[in-house]
Design a protein around this ligand. Structure first.
Ligand SMILES: Nc1nc2c(c(=O)[nH]1)N[C@H]1C(S)=C(S)[C@@H](COP(=O)(O)OP(=O)(O)OC[C@H]3O[C@@H](n4cnc5c(=O)[nH]c(N)nc54)[C@H](O)[C@@H]3O)O[C@H]1N2
Ligand SMILES: Nc1nc2c(c(=O)[nH]1)N[C@H]1C(S)=C(S)[C@@H](COP(=O)(O)OP(=O)(O)OC[C@H]3O[C@@H](n4cnc5c(=O)[nH]c(N)nc54)[C@H](O)[C@@H]3O)O[C@H]1N2
Ligand SMILES: [Mo]
Length: 677
């Protein structure tokens, strides 16, 4: 008999789905959506639909392994947990005595979004005196840019968008990366709203929208300034709102004056008439709603792009209108007592930080001390980190000791000296916040750990015990950590207890209906058209419409390349499922027919894509879904599934964004040629 148990999807996606996991004889046999989850409402994506194939994948690592071949060769021998942990501790002791704790670099990201496991290594590495990792690979530029305009605060609930009459999806492939928002947008459309997508190519979402504005990558700030130009010139602004809730309107008006639609057409590639149309539509809508994705922020000037988009609601007073507003992320509402899991107080003062975007550099160029050990968990840097060539050179270093916690024998795990087999979220306890909705949910294991796997927290507790660390945090269980996380005075969490979370159902945070009713999070408490804090950081205090450009490729390569998510994968995860790989098909590069013609490239032809950083091979797909000059590669195929075993991050750069020190994954210049190899 199949018994369905409640769980939560742990993957890095705004939707944080409620799941019902079918278990029979102690094995997961099916995964479906929980119809009682108020946001995800019983639907799940094609990826998680196939979850049993991930849990029982032939690539699942079932017991600790030790390297038995060359680095990266993937030859291992089975060892016991005691051997694996002892070896790790011995290596770390030696490295610390020779070079100090900073020679050890933890590297982790959001393989699981569970708040406990995500942070499970923080206290341990602080106590070791290891280098700190700046976890900026994803959202840091978006966060910093948005915060400069509106503050680091929760944003408008997607559920309220049903009352909107204009939905702008700005640099988000919602149907791929936030699919549970779509039914709310459709409900708004049934009530008369139109849906506009702003994106460099006609992605899955743009194909379903009422209108698509195809801007050049990296030109969002200019587009938003063009809209502002129209709105201000035609006096479509909300003067009363501007007076009460914003600062620096006069300065903004001056700057927007520099961006008349014909100039903005030149920068963005969007026809002036469309810019005028969008400016008017936005200002004249009763309740315009913007969904910003992360796309605009994955550009060298991504912070500025996000900041500028986030100023639009301030001109027309959209934030406090029922159905109107803007969403970037809801995560700031999950205001836990983070010290309970982070324990920054355990770190020695002055310990150095290393930015995860620059992992390649950290392993190949950083000195004083050099990185001698890399401890990877919840991430697959051999595939996801930019500038793969540098990352792989680093991982191949004979003198670098590499530990990897994994579910699967990933490309990164292949480079490990020690692989530690890890439980999935179906085998461990955690607390899940969301960055797309306002429900908090706890999940308890629905099956026993598969093989000899252990949770991340259990592994770090085991390592801490070998170092004889005595702080309480090194012997806490998942439940104890959750109880401590909830020990917060945030009004959003009031009344939410471990006991009611343990029932396993999603619990709505106590957020007000008007999410901005408590004011904004900027220094002035207002929407800052002019930002003194940006001026203080030496940045332009006003929005700036200069486009982003890949400085390393400028003048050398002609085609822009963006590398957004693929429907069938989640970053590099789900490559292990054959069904999804087949659905994803051969890796393709989307190229405009004119660009293909001048290069002698035909449909389905194998092509080489390259720049000074690296190269990879894919198959050409010729379509006017993209503009001339702009190419698109969707998704992170594992290099072993790419024609010449090289992944798309061969082409991306370790350069940091203007704000937030994030990665400009969509800011690349490349060349494409027919390939013979
Ligand atoms: N199926 C699936 N779902 C996912 C993921 C996945 O890999 N697969 N990844 C998850 C993660 S970790 C995250 S952070 C989110 C990300 O979710 P998204 O925000 O949807 O992803 P982005 O990579 O930011 O790309 C979004 C869109 O921005 C466009 N874009 C690229 N450059 C620009 C630009 O300069 N301006 C504008 N306006 N648009 C641009 C891309 O073409 C793309 O359509 O999705 C999560 N969900
Ligand atoms: N070119 C390009 N590169 C990108 C992006 C892009 O748009 N374009 N997107 C970027 C973004 S937004 C992000 S967030 C990063 C994401 O980068 P990562 O955080 O590395 O994401 P994943 O590729 O999903 O890899 C997560 C790994 O963690 C493992 N894992 C999952 N849960 C657990 C667990 O509980 N325990 C252990 N031990 N392991 C677990 C999974 O098996 C998987 O191998 O990638 C970035 N890379
Ligand atoms: Mo991300």
């Amino acid at each position: 008999m199949i018994e369905f148990k409640r769980s939560v999807c742990s993957h890095d996606c705004p939707d944080t789905c409620g799941l019902l996991v079918g278990v029979e004889n102690g094995r997961v046999v099916s995964v479906k959506g929980d119809p009682e989850h108020p946001f995800t409402r019983g639907a799940i994506c094609v990826k998680v639909n196939h979850y049993p194939e991930r849990v029982y994948s032939p690539l699942r690592v079932l017991h600790p392994l030790k390297r038995a071949g060359a680095k990266g060769e993937g030859k291992f021998e089975r060892i016991t947990w005691d051997q694996a942990l002892d070896e790790t501790v011995n290596q770390y002791r030696q490295i610390i005595s020779e070079s100090g704790g900073e020679a050890i670099l933890p590297y982790s990201y959001a393989g699981t979004m569970g708040v406990v496991q995500f942070h499970a290594g923080h206290p341990f590495f602080h106590k070791l005196g290891a280098s700190k990792l700046l976890r900026t690979i994803c959202s840091a530029a978006a966060e910093a840019g948005f915060a400069a305009s509106m503050g680091n605060i929760p944003t408008t609930d997607i559920e309220t968008s049903v009352n909107s009459d204009l939905i702008i999806i700005w640099g988000s492939n919602t149907l791929v990366s936030n699919m549970h928002a779509w039914p709310f947008f459709l409900e708004a459309r049934r009530n008369g709203a139109s849906i506009v997508v702003i994106d460099p190519y006609k992605n899955r979402t743009a194909k379903e929208a009422d209108r698509h504005l195809k801007l050049k990558p990296g030109t969002d700030a200019a587009l938003a300034l063009g809209m502002m130009h129209v709105i201000i010139k035609e006096e479509l602004i909300d003067k009363e709102f501007i007076g009460r809730h914003t600062t620096g309107f006069e300065q903004l008006a001056g700057r927007a004056g520099d961006y008349p639609p014909p100039r903005v057409e030149n920068i963005t590639g969007v026809p002036a008439a469309e810019i005028e149309w969008l400016g008017r539509e936005y200002a004249q809508a009763r309740a315009p709603y913007i969904r910003t994705g992360w796309g605009p922020s994955r550009q060298i000037k991504g912070g500025m792009a996000m900041r500028t988009i986030a100023l639009l609601p301030g001109l027309v007073g959209a934030t406090h209108t029922k159905g109107g507003g803007i969403i970037r992320s809801t995560s700031a509402a999950f205001a836990f007592n983070m010290n309970a899991v982070m324990r920054d107080d355990l770190a020695p003062s002055g310990v150095r930080s290393i930015n995860m975007v620059q992992l390649g550099q950290a392993m190949t160029a950083v000195d004083d001390p050099p990185v001698k050990a890399l401890h990877v968990y919840h991430s697959n840097p051999a595939v996801v980190a930019p500038d793969s060539a540098r990352v792989l050179t680093g991982l191949a270093r004979e003198d670098l000791f590499v530990v990897v916690h994994e579910h699967l024998m990933t490309e990164t795990a292949m480079y490990a000296d020690i692989v530690l087999p890890s439980t999935t979220s179906l085998e461990s306890t955690d607390l899940y916040r969301s960055y797309g909705h306002y429900y908090l949910q706890m999940a308890s294991p629905v099956i026993e750990p598969v093989g000899e796997t252990r949770s991340t927290l259990a592994i770090f507790n085991d390592l801490a015990a070998r170092f004889a660390f005595t702080e309480n945090c090194f012997s806490e269980t998942e439940e104890e950590r959750i109880r401590n996380l909830l020990n917060s005075d945030s009004p959003y969490l009031e009344g939410i207890t471990l006991d009611n979370l343990k029932e396993g159902r999603p619990i709505r945070l106590n957020v007000p209906e008007d999410i901005f009713s408590n004011g904004l999070g900027t220094p002035s408490g207002k929407i800052e058209f002019y930002s003194q804090s940006m001026a203080d950081q030496g940045l332009d205090p006003l929005p700036d419409g200069e486009p982003s450009i890949d400085g390393e490729g400028e003048g050398r390569f002609d085609l822009q390349l963006i590398t957004p998510p693929r429907h069938q994968f989640l970053n590099s995860t789900f490559n292990e499922i054959e069904y999804l790989r087949n659905k994803a098909g051969k890796p393709i590069i989307i190229i405009h027919p004119e660009d293909a013609a001048t290069r002698g490239i035909e449909e389905k032809m194998r092509v080489r894509v390259f720049n000074d950083r690296g190269e990879c091979c894919l198959y050409a797909h010729l379509t006017e879904d993209t503009a001339p000059g702009v190419t698109v590669i969707e998704g992170l195929y594992w290099p072993r599934f790419m024609p010449n075993n090289r992944g798309v991050n061969q082409l991306t750069s370790q350069s940091l964004t203007d704000m937030g020190q994030s990665c400009a994954f969509h800011c690349n210049l490349v060349e494409v040629k027919p390939s013979s190899d």
